[in-house]
Design a protein. Structure first.
Length: 82
């Protein structure tokens, strides 16, 4: 879920969030520069994490996660194929 208030963008996500779509949105937001800061809220099964950062920094973190998930899927597919 994404909401905004003034110059702050609030991004709430869980382990089932589509990170690829979130990455595209954050990259577009970073280019447009409509918001200065982002508050990322990750809701896990037992706890929640909240951190405030710049939108380009959050986009970079999400990009890293997307790359890791893609690599894990590739490794898993190779193991199944062997």
């Amino acid at each position: 879920m994404i909401s905004f208030d003034g110059g702050t963008l609030y991004v709430t996500f869980t382990r089932k969030t589509n990170l690829t779509k979130l990455l595209r949105l954050l990259e577009a937001e970073a280019q447009l520069g409509l918001h200065e800061r982002a508050v990322a809220i990750y809701k896990g099964r037992q706890a929640a994490m909240r951190q405030e950062m710049g939108i380009p920094a959050l986009a970079e973190l999400v990009r890293i996660e997307v790359d890791i998930v893609a690599q894990l899927r590739l490794e898993s597919a190779l193991k199944v194929g062997m």
